[in-house]
Design a protein around this ligand. Structure first.
Ligand code: LLP
Length: 430
């Protein structure tokens, strides 16, 4: 993953942005809808889906989009129409997926902290499968399925103890992480599986982390899963599905990040799981949407500081948390069609903390107040992680498609932001 190291030590980023995305003129769009504005190219998303589906041809494989990456209803609808399912981690994501028209049999439920209410809700609608992460969860699933008189389909999430070589905060497959269970523990679950009257434990799941830019961690994790699947089958435990998780990385820094091609990634799956006859599930999030999205923002002012020059934008860490949370790099370019002289800025938002920084010592074309900029590759974990910190309303989101646009989240009004905050008038006792 590329971090916020200053440009001087590496290659410079591309300096000019496209002035249009999905044939929609960005300057006109920003003038019409205001900034900050999250914009997503539906053509780019469909292309990603199509590319991955093509790579999977010949396999009994289904893509389940990790909803957390971008839960906007219009995005989920697009996924659903393309035959993609949903990988959810909360009842909120379940309801969004159903609302967007996703059939329950195309929904899988992952996550380390599913509550009893969430499990019961998912059982009621009859989702495809639970990816179970602890023995307590397995027993809860059994108990609740019995109450409802249904059989839950379950996979055990294996923690393969593999280093994904990504940012520590988004690494999930090492034994020190909270996710999944060891192969030893999973072996015991299968040994006792006949005691589970209302859980059909016949799947394996693995997800080792996010923004992974090399094949080796995937290969290693899948080899461990493959060995375990074979061992289980020999022991008389048929495995009807293997969920290989998500994690495919994307390009945040042109010239520096070299993502794995979908075909090569699927090649590793084919090789590691050769001979496996059951169903394959994939749970990509970022790969399908990140590079299809941009955050449009305007320069509020250029502020000459004591040591540095600041470019103060109207977007902030509440609109895009990745730089402040993970020191993540995003290419930032002016929407302009003629070259300008270069200079160096710290690119910041208006929020009152130093962490509200999108880039440090970034080499950029010179900007003036009012200039429109693109923060690139914000389609995943952008709007989805936004907050109203500093009482800044949630930005609008717009879907672009071949020269046309549709507003898919209107800019939050002040009244919407304070809805649900009554004055402390009604005092009660417990
Ligand atoms: N499956 C499971 C069980 C997951 O936990 C995740 C992501 C995915 C699939 C999708 O992973 P992807 O294909 O998007 O890498 N906020 C962070 C990323 C957190 C990822 C959490 N889990 C970021 O902005 O980099």
């Amino acid at each position: 993953m590329a971090f916020m190291t200053p440009d001087s030590v590496t290659t410079a980023p591309p300096l000019l942005a496209d002035t249009a995305i999905d044939d929609v003129d960005l300057a006109a769009l920003a003038a019409r809808l205001g900034t900050p504005l999250h914009a997503y190219s539906s053509s780019a998303i469909r292309q990603r889906i199509g590319g991955l589906q093509a790579a999977l041809r010949g396999l009994d494989a289904t893509i389940f989009f990790a909803v957390k990456a971008n839960p906007n209803l219009a995005i989920l609808q697009l996924m659903s129409n393309a035959g993609v399912g949903a990988d959810i981690v909360s009842v909120g994501e379940l309801r969004r997926s159903l609302h967007a028209g996703m059939p329950p049999e195309r929904i899988v439920f992952s996550g380390v902290g599913k509550s009893a209410d969430e499990i019961a809700g998912a059982l009621t609608v009859g989702i495809h499968r639970f990816n179970v992460e602890s023995h307590d969860e397995l027993l809860t699933l059994q108990r609740l399925a019995k109450v409802q008189g249904v059989t839950a389909r379950a996979a055990v999430r294996i923690n393969p103890d593999v280093d994904a070589h990504t940012h520590a905060k988004i690494s999930t497959g090492k034994s020190e992480n909270k996710f999944g269970v060891s192969i030893d523990e999973a072996r015991r679950w299968f040994a006792e599986r006949k005691q589970l009257s209302h859980v059909q434990l016949d799947g394996l799941h693995v997800h080792i982390g996010s923004q992974i830019l090399t094949l080796e961690p995937f290969r290693l994790a899948l080899q461990r899963v493959a060995a375990f699947w074979q061992e289980l089958e020999q022991a008389g435990h048929p495995i009807s599905s293997i969920d290989v998780g998500g994690g495919l990385g994307v390009c945040y820094r042109a010239g520096e990040d070299h993502p794995v091609a979908a075909a090569d990634y699927v090649g590793v799956i084919r090789e590691a799981l050769a001979g496996y006859r059951g169903r394959l599930l994939l749970e990509p999030g970022r790969y399908l949407v990140a590079e299809a999205g941009v955050l449009l923002t305007r320069v509020i002012r250029v502020k000459p500081g004591i040591e540095r020059q600041f470019l103060v934008l109207d977007a902030a860490m509440n609109d895009l948390q990745r730089p402040s949370l993970y020191d993540a790099w995003h290419d930032i370019v002016p929407v302009a069609d003629e070259p300008r002289p270069l200079t160096t800025y710290d690119i910041v938002g208006p929020v009152c903390e130093t962490g509200d920084t999108f880039a440090r010592k970034r080499v950029m074309p010179e900007c003036v107040a009012g200039d429109l900029l693109l923060i690139k590759a914000t389609g995943a974990y952008g709007a989805s992680m936004a907050s109203t910190y500093n009482s800044r309303p949630l930005a609008a989101e717009v879907l672009l498609n071949q020269g046309r646009y549709a507003v898919v989240r209107r800019r939050q009004h002040f009244e919407e932001m304070i809805a649900g905050e009554p004055p402390a008038r009604h005092w009660e006792t417990t």
